[in-house]
Design a protein around this ligand. Structure first.
Ligand code: HAM
Length: 419
């Protein structure tokens, strides 16, 4: 027997109500904030991610699904959506459109991680990118949008954390300060962080190892090393967030795991313990478009994992609207009746009435059981007698009441009963 690959899951019909609910809320919030949908391939030139997500990020270094196709092209399954959206922005000349260009997407994302609760090798993201504007008011708008999205889902106990990690000018000074600080504590670092210290010192700040957490508390803070422009940007962002009026906390340990970020970074975390708790995150990436071959263009966005949102909805017992059940089930007894109900089924469907027809040679009792388990509110039953009389039996499944209806009137009767 085959199984879904480790770290992947099937999204079965009974889960679909959650997915449709989250997708509908996401699409609504995007409409409210003026974002348009984009779709991109599930694989891209692997180089795109080396240049954007970054060679020293865990994603590129350890987790990317890279493969060579039969044409010897080096491709990667997308580990996230930002790089693809930026590639599409450059490729389709979107810098000629009014800026910022605001795009949203749903995408599967692939990362070869150690699977655990809330961490998969294939997960699904809803993400938004606003490209072509450096105004901190846009940072506030995108953060607000993420916050309003989670709120609109009914999620309550959430925390918003923000930070600024500076730009090309001021970050190197900060990184040096970090190297110097951690250099004096090498013995206290976990083995991973000892290697990270040379390759990607920022990542030491969000290591979960208890000893590294202790060290990070006292580490230099990026906001103390911002150049005047980055400092002004951060001050204005805080001012706009204040105007929008929702609570946020500055966390100097928030650096995010992708290398493309500049200035603003943020995450939304539920108030629960656990290392996989972040449900959404994002930030600015003002160098990314240039890195992948476009003109210097600012941008900011966020993404959130559908699976983690749904886990939070379930944990908080937030009800989601059930998906519609089939309206009508059609049962039959005998070969002649089967021919008639096949005709009837087709004609009702043409009239936009949702119908499931019984098949095979099941007993009437078994057919009614099937109608019940599908959740159909009405069942039509036809046997030899009804065929002869040109009628059909209409059974109300909740009241267990039956009446006989002439075939010529069945459509109108159903319409009035379903209204
Ligand atoms: P990210 O933080 O790597 O950011 O992923 C975004 C969200 O995807 C996370 O907050 C989490 O909910 C979910 N997620 C990530 N990895 C997994 C996994 N292995 N299993 C389940 N869920 C996961 C990005 O991907 C950036 N592209 C976000 C962004 C957009 N920044 C700017 N624009």
């Amino acid at each position: 027997m085959y199984h879904a690959p480790r770290g992947t899951t099937d999204i079965l019909p009974q889960e679909q109500a959650y997915w449709r609910y989250v997708e509908a809320k996401a699409a609504r919030i995007c409409q409210l904030y003026g974002f348009e949908r984009i779709e991109f391939p599930v694989f891209e030139d692997a180089g795109l991610f080396f240049r954007s997500v970054g060679e020293s990020s865990d994603i590129v270094e350890k987790e990317m699904y890279v493969f060579e196709d039969k044409g010897k092209n080096r491709l990667a399954l997308v580990p996230e959506g930002t790089a693809s959206v930026c590639r599409a922005y450059v490729e389709h000349g979107m810098q000629n459109l009014p800026q910022p260009v605001k795009l949203f997407y749903f995408t599967p994302a692939f990362r070869y991680e150690r699977p655990q609760s809330g961490r998969y090798r294939e997960h699904h993201q809803f993400g938004c990118e606003a490209i072509g504007e450096a105004d901190p008011a846009l940072d506030a708008e995108v953060i607000d949008m993420a916050w309003q999205f989670f709120t609109s889902l009914g999620l309550k106990r959430l925390n918003l954390v923000i930070n600024s990690i500076g730009c090309k000018q001021c970050r190197p000074v900060y990184v040096n300060a970090l190297k110097e600080y951690y250099g004096g504590h090498i013995d206290e670092l976990c083995p991973d962080c000892r290697t990270r210290l040379t390759r990607n010192p920022l990542r030491l700040l969000d290591c979960k190892d208890p000893s590294c957490v202790r060290l990070a508390e006292a580490a230099p803070r990026s906001i103390d090393y911002l150049c005047p422009d980055c400092q002004a940007h951060f001050e204005q962002l805080k001012q706009y967030l204040g105007i929008l009026g929702f609570p946020f906390r500055i966390d100097h340990r928030l650096v995010r795991g992708l290398d493309y970020y500049t200035r603003t970074v943020f995450e939304i975390q539920p108030e629960i313990e656990g290392s996989q708790s972040t449900i959404g995150g994002g930030g600015r990436y003002d160098n990314l478009i240039e890195e992948i071959g476009g003109k210097p263009t600012a941008g900011i966005g966020f993404a959130t994992g559908m699976e983690r949102i749904i886990a939070n909805l379930k944990r908080e017992n937030i009800p989601v609207p059930p998906l519609p059940k089939p309206q009508i089930f059609i049962a039959f007894l005998g070969a002649q009746a089967k021919d008639e109900v096949t005709k009837l089924t087709a004609s009702l469907r043409k009239s936009s009435i949702e119908v499931v027809q019984a098949l095979g040679t099941k007993s009437l009792k078994a057919q009614l059981r099937q109608a019940n388990s599908l959740g159909a509110s009405l069942t039509l039953i036809m046997g030899d007698e009804e065929v002869k009389a040109g009628t059909v039996v209409l059974r109300d499944m909740t009241r267990a009441e039956q009446e006989t209806v002439p075939l010529a009137q069945v459509r109108d009767v159903l319409r009035s009963r379903l209204a």
